[in-house]
Design a protein around this ligand. Structure first.
Ligand code: NAP
Length: 297
């Protein structure tokens, strides 16, 4: 077991990537503190971990609240006596507004994204680090995104937040190296989770279902054009990386950003990344072009 007897806090552990990281940590022998707002979902995860012989506790946590984050760390320490690993994963998924969109919801969402995805990560480190310093060891893993590497229209807040996470990671890595605390981040690409698409969070389930029904093909074509591995990742793809970074196997790794994105950020973008009409036109012409190449023998 690669994390035997380690104590790990995972924020955003009620579903998606965080829930998967938490159960993979438990399977590797860590005692895991599950932190999020949805207690019911976390309790189900705790029971599932327990059925598989693992150990975890749930702490109701809102990463936007300083007191709640302080309480999360204290509860972890009271329960298990130390903190070895912190995964800052809780995220407000996407933005979905033009910078000059007059809807006042845009400003509220900007604040929510910054408070959840940036300040929440900083609070996590702020309150967990004293315990890690005491133990003279630690691994902090921050979940960023490919959107912290490259920009997208209508995603200013989310891209800015994820870029900030990358730089927070590097600065913390430098600051905490003398205490044997490693700090790294993971930048996922497209990972299949139940919620998280900006159309869902802005317009609700009905419009989201209509969007998927109408434009799924365009979305998949976009992926085919822009992502070398034509598949959507799963939460466990991030989980494997988190287990590695948390384990002794990564003892010489700090300040790193591991991109898990099917090659998305390695490719020079096709026009589809900017403009879907051009993407569809491009695909229309590519078939005949390929046939022409084949006819050349
Ligand atoms: P998800 O399924 O929507 O899960 C988000 C998690 O964050 C939930 O457990 C949610 O729990 C928690 N959370 C949100 N706000 C919170 C708050 N104020 N306090 C405490 N917990 C909060 O999303 P996901 O896709 O797994 O995302 C996990 C991380 O990966 C995020 O940082 C996201 O930006 C990043 N990411 C995801 C993808 C992707 O394709 N899925 C790609 C790149 C990066 P509660 O609602 O119960 O509090």
């Amino acid at each position: 077991m690669r994390l035997k007897d380690k104590v790990a806090i995972v924020t955003g552990a009620s579903r998606g990537i965080g829930a998967e990281i938490a159960s993979m940590f438990a399977a590797e022998g860590a005692r895991v503190v599950l932190a999020a707002r949805s207690m019911e979902e976390m309790e189900q995860l705790r029971q599932s971990i327990s059925r598989q012989g693992g150990e975890s506790i749930c702490v109701s946590t809102d990463v936007r609240s300083r007191e709640s984050m302080k309480n999360m760390v204290k509860t972890a320490c009271d329960a298990y006596g130390a903190i070895d690993i912190l995964v800052n994963n809780a995220g407000y998924p996407m933005f979905g507004y033009a910078v000059d969109d007059e809807d006042e919801e845009a400003e509220k969402r900007y604040e929510a994204i910054m408070e959840t995805n940036v300040r929440g990560y900083w609070y996590g480190a702020r309150f967990a680090v004293p315990y890690m310093k005491e133990g003279n060891r630690g691994s902090i893993i921050n979940i960023s995104s490919v959107r912290g590497h490259l920009g997208l229209a209508n995603e200013t807040a989310y891209c800015a937040a994820k870029g900030a996470v990358k730089m927070m990671t590097k600065a913390l890595a430098v600051e905490l190296a003398p205490y044997n605390i490693r700090v790294n981040c993971i930048s996922p690409g497209a990972i299949q989770v139940k919620v998280g698409h900006w159309v869902l969070s802005r317009y609700g389930q009905e419009i989201y279902d209509e969007y998927v029904e109408k434009f799924r093909d365009v979305h998949l074509l976009g992926m085919e054009c822009n992502q070398p591995l034509h598949m959507i990742g799963e939460p466990r793809d991030i989980g494997y990386t988190a287990v590695y970074l948390a384990s002794e196997e990564a003892r010489f790794v700090t300040g790193s950003d591991i991109v898990v994105d099917g090659g998305l950020t390695s490719l020079l973008p096709e026009p589809g990344a900017l403009d879907m009409e051009t993407l569809v036109a491009l695909h229309g012409k590519q078939g005949p072009m390929n046939q022409w190449f084949q006819s050349l023998g």
